[in-house]
Design a protein around this ligand. Structure first.
Ligand code: NAD
Length: 363
């Protein structure tokens, strides 16, 4: 869950300055035991939007590192998707099973409220719809609520559609056609997004291999989609055309890369590259086309953005479909620049932020 990276300057401001975060808010409440950090990375394009996760971090430094890394990722995801949103994220430190109370969540909501809309929160790891309802009682700056509460509802089908679009664009680059008929695809993780993705893949006639941490879930999905279920570790050794990480981050690492036999990696999991500066170029060296994770899994954010800026499911799906074109552009750019797709995608996002920043420099 938590990735730590060697930092050149481990002081608090050193870390905040490293990736040029705008603002970091440390929230503390004695009564409820609340300890939270809100990371606002960049608000040039719009309010910083990103979920709140609750996690039993081993140290405050680990929590700070996580919130800084995650909020920066949200900036890039919004920017590359053409959204007018900035990047933010929040972490609440503590065991969600024992420490989460209505009072703690509402206190957190008050801290969000005090930011006057500069940060908009949403659900993330270890947070439930009920928790978001508590936060919503203290601040209106909450998104990703259920449709019954006027929100945009489950983002997973939209995320899956975007991932499917990105996968097809990457397939076009690798195989000269974006048809997935007959293509062998290994899906790692058949949870919310993975299952919707399998529907698209099955419809198109892909040959499916899958795995999941929960064996019964894997077997059930295999039966439903006519797929072959394999063991957790076996997924990396499959003779497939496409590997689709849809479970955890950092599955592209020193141990797995040499085992992959695919030509395309395209999945919805966040932070797939254990170290983007090492494993991004390593994929290029192995001749594997990588569809950047934060680009192709942006459907969920596009869905949530419709709550902030307006829109319906149809307009959200149309916008999500553009992930195909964005992926094509990023892959072409990486090739032209002799870099790797993740780096090209980050540059593309940074350029949009810089250009729009200049537009906003006059009244
Ligand atoms: P989920 O929890 O519903 O599904 C994840 C699945 O992966 C579960 O079935 C779990 O059992 C399985 N899993 C866990 N560890 C595994 C392992 N080692 N090997 C194989 N399977 C394993 O989550 P989700 O909402 O489907 O999201 C999947 C990924 O996509 C996550 O990384 C998430 O951060 C990312 N993501 C999701 C959305 C969204 O809209 N839900 C949006 C953007 C990114």
């Amino acid at each position: 869950m938590v990735e730590t990276k060697e930092l050149t300057d481990t002081s608090v401001f050193g870390q905040i300055a490293e990736h040029q975060h705008e603002q970091v808010v440390f929230c503390h409440d004695h009564e409820t035991g609340l300890r939270a950090i809100i990371g606002i990375h960049n608000t040039v394009l719009g309010p910083a939007l990103g979920g709140t996760r609750m996690w039993h971090y081993a140290s405050d430094a680990e929590a700070l590192n996580d919130v800084l890394r995650l909020s920066r990722g949200m900036t890039y995801k919004a920017a590359i998707s053409g959204l007018n949103l900035g990047g933010g994220k929040a972490v609440i430190i503590g065991d969600a099973k024992t420490m989460k109370t209505e009072a703690l969540l509402r206190k957190f909501g008050r801290f969000v409220r005090n930011l006057n809309g500069k940060y908009i929160t949403a659900e993330d790891v270890n947070m439930t719809t009920k928790d978001m309802e508590y936060i919503r009682q203290e601040t209106k700056h909450v998104s990703g609520l259920p449709e019954s509460m006027g929100g945009s509802g489950d983002p997973s089908p939209v995320t899956a559609y975007g991932t499917y679009m990105g996968m097809k664009a990457a397939a076009h680059k690798a195989f000269g056609s974006d048809s997935l008929a007959g293509k062998r695809v290994a899906v790692q993780g058949v949870g919310h997004v993975g299952t919707y993705l399998l529907e698209y893949l099955q419809k198109e006639g892909a040959k499916l291999v899958l795995t999941d941490y929960y064996e019964d879930r894997a077997l059930e999905a295999a039966a439903r989609f006519g797929a072959t279920a394999v063991g957790l570790d076996e997924i990396y050794d499959q003779e497939v055309d496409i590997y689709s990480p849809c479970a955890l981050g950092a599955t592209l690492n020193d141990n797995t890369l040499s085992r992959l036999k695919c030509q395309v990696v395209a999945g919805c999991a966040n932070n797939q590259l254990a170290d983007e500066n090492i494993h991004g170029p390593a994929l290029v060296e192995r001749g594997i086309i990588y569809a950047p994770d934060f680009l192709i899994n942006a459907g969920g954010l596009i869905n949530v953005a419709s709550e902030v800026h307006g829109g319906n499911r149809q307009s959200v799906m149309t916008q999500t479909e553009r992930i195909y074109d964005f992926t094509t552009q990023v892959l072409a750019r990486a090739e032209q620049e002799g870099s790797h797709p993740q780096a090209a995608a980050i540059r593309q996002a940074e350029e949009r932020i810089a250009a729009i920043g200049k537009v906003k420099s006059t009244f």
